[in-house]
Design a protein around this ligand. Structure first.
Ligand code: ARG
Length: 283
């Protein structure tokens, strides 16, 4: 087994790698329940507008040279568009999700089946976890959030299954209930994050691990600017995160702004809509 060779992509002064993403068109998107502070069932959401915005995100990935695969949306699962929560995929091994809230429980098996049908090695989890919402993969380590959704026991379970060290980080602000709402990998080595989302101990861990991290303001975090997707050169990010975008450009990244305001009504941004499929190729 060898790491799949990924074609290079360029953006700004940097070189990144082409990715393979799994996405789910928000045909049945709605805000009918509230499981995070962004969701207001009285206000609801517009599925047609969400689909339009989501198509813009998909197009952005394809124009950058990334491959996008699709999973069929399921009627009655309005949050299924948030593919990041569906699993964690590292070296072609798929650690399944087990959702905190009953409203999303059926998504776990649906995503796991998609991978099993395509020949991936899958694992049904024994512990509560929301996939890449709370597991972010770097070259040598996986960062894992806990506090609102994913159980620490799942961090241990995932580490055993994927064979990479998993570092637990504690989330403390309910607006940033998944790790991917407060932090994103810029490449395989470095991250951007909003310190206010983390416990003091976890802030110390992040400072120690990532002395060169990009530190985001509350203003940028509050528009889900940290829910961004980087290929190492291009960063797909909510358009409203203007301060963070300027800083990323200054550091040599190409910023690709997207408007996902309708999906934000459910507490999601670009990363939430995106599950990375990290494959190994037989060598
Ligand atoms: N309404 C969804 C929930 O609260 C949003 C999930 C966003 N996904 C993410 N990866 N942060 O579960």
């Amino acid at each position: 087994m060898a790491l799949a060779t990924l074609p290079a992509v360029t953006g700004g002064d940097r070189t990144g790698t082409a990715r393979h993403y799994l996405m789910c068109r928000p045909e049945f998107f709605a805000v009918t329940y509230a499981i995070n502070p962004w969701m207001d069932p009285d206000q609801g959401a517009d599925a047609a507008r969400a689909v339009q915005q989501w198509e813009g995100l998909r197009r952005a990935y394809e124009e950058l040279g990334h491959k996008v695969s699709l999973i069929d949306p399921v009627d009655g699962l309005p949050d299924m568009v948030f593919a990041a929560n569906g699993a964690l995929v590292v070296d072609s091994r798929v650690y399944g999700a087990r959702f905190t809230h009953a409203e999303r429980a059926a998504e776990g098996p649906a995503y796991l089946r998609w991978f099993a049908d395509r020949g991936f090695e899958t694992m049904e989890p024994a512990h509560t976890n929301e996939g890449e919402g709370d597991f972010l993969t770097l070259d040598d380590v996986v960062l894992a959030g806990t506090g609102f959704r994913t159980d620490v026991a799942a961090h241990v379970e995932a580490q055993e299954f994927i064979g990479r060290p998993v570092v637990t980080l504690r989330l403390v602000d309910p607006r940033f209930y998944h790790l991917d709402t407060a932090l994103f990998p810029l490449d395989g080595q470095n991250v951007a994050y909003y310190p206010g989302a983390f416990s003091e101990g976890s802030r110390n861990v992040l400072r120690r691990m990532f002395p060169d991290a990009v530190i985001a303001t509350e203003e940028d975090a509050a528009v889900l600017g940290l829910n961004a997707v980087s290929d190492g050169a291009n960063v797909v990010i909510n358009a409203e995160a203007t301060g963070l975008s300027l800083e990323l450009e200054r550091l040599g990244y190409t910023v690709v702004p997207v408007d996902l305001s309708e999906l934000r009504k459910a507490g999601g941004g670009p990363k939430c809509c995106t599950l990375e499929i990290r494959e190994v190729s037989a060598a």
